[in-house]
Design a protein around this ligand. Structure first.
Ligand SMILES: Cc1ncc(COP(=O)(O)O)c(C=O)c1O
Length: 437
């Protein structure tokens, strides 16, 4: 298959149409190196989305590749019917990184974020012997029935909610405050409302509160700094656990810390990881307080979970992250990126909000800063304008008007600077096209 058009045409014929691709003329990639990608026609792109925050270090990172190649030559799969040394080593490293610090933690490996979330949700219900879950509007948890029920975006719900007992609290979405209030005079209404939500929409004894520290698919919505202290405090008062979804925010992505929740000074009871854990190799992991993990008595097999190849990839990825001090690097480069985006915010009226942490930054595009009407079409045009400049960025948010920027975290500073120049140019082009200043 030699052209992007040919791959796209054949994909349309054989794959489910629900697999939606970016761009009017989708790009099929053949090769990657660091933050660069080449398509099947040989055109080079700079990648600021890393396969949805999953290529956490860089494409074909040589240290990860070498470890995986060596492993593939020796042993690919045996199943969890046998202890796997690489899996045990990856689990040992993961519990050191995890935000569960005050007590022993244990790990269950799977192959995706949906499964990691699903495992955490089932385990919370088994442990608490109750079934009600409080999730957040605008959140995304995956495509299995439980995860899809948690997910609060109509477009990702193929079916009505399938799991009874799940309620959705208002999101801490300050730019579009559901109460029309402003932080900090709002006094965290979105968090304190959990008290009434529990009193009115549950039995009064929820199993757990389930939340992402930054709502990723939701458009990198960053809760205020006191949010989790207040929200988790209320849920715990009513006997519920805190399940933290670090699928997008884990592994230094948000800067300074290994986990997104570390910024909020709250220790979860269970944590779900996936995406960046193995630099692109398929892996999910659920970390739980040992007492909670030990309560799961039924048999449970994830055939591919922590398979020798994925486990080796995770261990090598975590090793490189440690050697390169990725949390510090993400904070340093993220601050530069944020500064440049804020400058663009002053220059381009299309930008309604700039938000994020570390190397997880977003700009929300609006038609009018006063009305905040989402500029969804302009966001699509911006993606195309970046593509013409050989730059890949992400897109998301409930209104699909948020540009998500989350490059491989080993991106070079000069590459990031170049990308900012290209985004600035693309914003000017799209601003002219849509009549914005
Ligand atoms: C926060 C979060 N949780 C869970 C998932 C589901 O992960 P996966 O697509 O690997 O099943 C995603 C995927 O985007 C996600 O962003």
């Amino acid at each position: 298959m030699k052209t992007n058009a040919e791959v796209t045409a054949r994909q349309k014929d054989v794959l489910f149409p629900c697999i939606s691709t970016f761009y009017a003329e989708p790009i099929a990639f053949a090769r990657g190196e660091g933050s660069r990608l080449w398509d099947v026609e040989g055109t080079e792109y700079l990648d600021l989305f890393g396969g949805i925050l999953t290529v956490s270090l860089g494409h074909a990172e040589p240290r990860v590749t070498a470890a995986v190649v060596d492993q593939v030559k020796r042993l690919v799969h045996v199943s969890t019917l046998y202890p796997i040394a690489e899996q045990v080593a990856a689990a040992e490293r993961l519990v050191q990184i995890s935000p569960i610090r005050s007590t022993k933690a244990k790990v269950f490996f799977t192959s995706s974020g949906s499964e990691a979330d699903e495992t955490a949700l089932v385990l919370a219900k088994v442990y608490t012997k109750t079934t009600e879950i409080i999730a957040l509007r605008h959140s995304y948890s995956g495509r299995t029935l439980v995860a899809m029920t948690n997910t609060a975006h109509a477009k990702y719900r193929a079916l009505p909610a399938q799991v009874p007992g799940t309620v959705h609290a208002h999101a801490p979405y300050c730019y579009r405050c559901p109460y029309g209030l402003t932080y900090p005079s709002c006094e965290l209404r979105c968090a304190t409302d959990l008290e009434e939500l529990i009193a009115t929409c549950t039995t009064g004894h929820p199993a757990a509160f389930f939340a992402e520290p930054i709502l990723g698919v939701g458009g990198f919505i960053v809760p205020p700094k006191e949010y989790f202290q207040v929200a988790v405090g209320i849920v715990r008062k009513h006997g519920g656990l805190f399940l933290c979804d670090e699928v997008q925010t884990g592994f230094g992505r948000t800067g300074d810390h290994w986990n997104g929740i570390d910024h909020y000074g709250v220790e979860p009871d269970l944590v779900a990881y996936a995406k960046g854990i193995a630099n692109g190799f398929p892996m999910g992991a659920t970390v739980a307080r040992a007492e909670i993990a030990d309560s799961f008595r039924a048999g449970s097999i994830a055939t591919f979970g922590g398979n020798p190849v994925s486990a080796t990839a995770a261990l090598a990825t975590l090793g490189v992250m440690t050697d390169e001090n990725i949390p510090e690097r993400s904070a340093r480069l993220g601050a530069k990126l944020r500064g440049r985006l804020e400058e663009m915010g002053k220059k381009h009226s299309l930008i309604g909000d700039v938000r994020g942490k570390g190397l997880m930054q977003a700009i929300e595009l609006v038609k009018d800063r006063g009305t905040k009407e989402p500029a969804t079409e302009a966001a699509g045009a911006f993606l195309e304008a970046c593509k013409r400049r050989r730059l890949l960025v992400g897109r998301g948010g409930l209104y699909n008007n948020t540009i998500r920027i989350a490059p491989p975290m080993l991106i070079e500073e000069a590459q990031l600077e170049h990308a900012c120049e290209l985004m600035d140019e693309a914003l000017s082009e799209v601003g002219r096209q849509f009549g914005a200043a």
